[in-house]
Write a protein that binds this ligand. Structure first.
Ligand SMILES: CC(C)(COP(=O)(O)OP(=O)(O)OC[C@H]1O[C@@H](n2cnc3c(N)ncnc32)[C@H](O)[C@@H]1OP(=O)(O)O)[C@@H](O)C(=O)NCCC(=O)NCCS
Length: 324
């Protein structure tokens, strides 16, 4: 009988055995060295080190399938559910179609359930039917594009964010997030991880934009994104506002962030932020389709309570910043 085991795989073993194969799919224009360094940066960050960040299914010692695995919390009203994120599911090409990915994900979900995690989620880059067979449910995952000219053109008074203002950004986000029924909670570690990524955008030829509007010295609205001149687009990754004044300033802030670029585009943001943007053009994403599977009775109760409003919502449930 061949021995099949699911076990952690170390950072350098993953760089050596997995990344050369996934580079073509997920390299996003980076050099291999940069791709590997970006992986190392997350895997060895405080956030990535809280648990084995990468796991592998091995058959008789040979790597048969692997994925990333990380913790998030899901906030539902005042309660917390322990969520496990799964990413970069990968089977070496010569071993595909033999059930390895299905076996690995089944074993991983069992282990996560046994470890007390309430639900699992992932962002599927393939046809979601594969994950639906394993019990995952597809959640609304859309892209929004608006014309920059459709945004308020009056001066927003926006200035670049300074390092000392990240606490203000966080407070703004939390003010907006508190209005939602449920969301992926951003702990301080998650904020650190997001900030690192925002500061080092993946694609070449992109210019990070981190802008904020203040009242007195308090951040009342912010926008994080990337200007991509070659696509005439400002890609919006994250924004929030606190209070009516911040809300009123947001469209002009985004217009300032877009500068002379014609489009503002990004994942369809969650409510209530979505309603501050023009209707624009909305279409389904083909990749990064958000999927969840409840693992525990509290998670099943959560899903029963939020399912209809989540599936029918005019906005999406997660920010692109949550995508790992
Ligand atoms: C997707 C992947 C992990 C599946 O691994 P696997 O070990 O072959 O999976 P299994 O043997 O358990 O299941 C095979 C089934 O996966 C499904 N599958 C494979 N690729 C798929 C795709 N692009 N869309 C939907 N289903 C797919 C098929 O139904 C296939 O069954 P078939 O061979 O009878 O047609 C593998 O194809 C891979 O590494 N792809 C490249 C990386 C990638 O895109 N990963 C997904 C990230 S979300």
């Amino acid at each position: 009988m061949p021995a099949i085991v699911l076990e952690p795989i170390g950072v350098e073993a993953y760089v050596r055995d997995v990344l050369p194969h996934t580079f073509e799919t997920w390299g996003e224009g980076r050099s291999f060295e940069r791709y590997a360094d970006d992986f190392r940066a997350v895997a060895t960050s405080v956030y990535g080190k809280r648990r084995p960040f990468t796991v592998a299914l091995r058959e008789d010692g040979e790597l048969a399938c692997s994925c990333k695995n990380y913790d998030r919390e899901l906030r539902f009203g005042g309660r917390s559910l322990r969520a496990t994120g799964i990413g970069a599911v990968f089977t070496p090409p010569q071993l595909r179609g033999r059930g390895y990915a299905s076996i690995m994900l089944g074993a991983l979900l069992d282990a996560e359930r046994a470890a007390g995690r309430d639900l699992a989620f992932l962002y599927s880059d393939i046809h979601p039917a594969f994950y639906e067979r394993l019990g995952f449910v597809r959640l609304p995952s859309r892209l929004l594009t608006v014309r920059a000219a459709s945004l308020d053109g009056s001066p927003a008074g926006a200035l670049p964010l300074t390092t000392s203002e990240w606490a203000g950004v966080r407070r703004c986000f939390e003010a907006l997030d508190a209005e939602r029924t449920w969301s992926l909670r951003r702990t301080p570690l998650v904020w650190d991880w997001m900030r690192d990524r925002w500061n080092a955008p993946i694609r070449n030829g992109t210019q990070p934009v981190h802008l904020a509007v203040r009242r007195a010295r308090t951040v009342i609205a912010y926008a994080i994104g990337r200007r991509i001149p070659a696509q005439d687009t400002f890609v919006l990754d994250d924004f929030a506002y606190d209070g009516d004044e911040g809300r009123a300033k947001l469209p002009a802030l985004l217009r300032a962030a877009a500068g002379d670029l014609r489009r503002v585009a990004g994942w369809l943001p969650p409510l209530p932020g979505r309603d501050v943007l023009p209707r624009g053009s909305v279409r389904s994403r083909r990749d990064a389709v958000f999927m969840i599977v409840p693992l525990s009775p509290p998670a099943r109760a959560w899903w029963a309570a939020v399912k209809d409003q989540t599936l029918e919502s005019r906005a999406d449930p997660t920010w692109s910043s949550d995508h790992i």
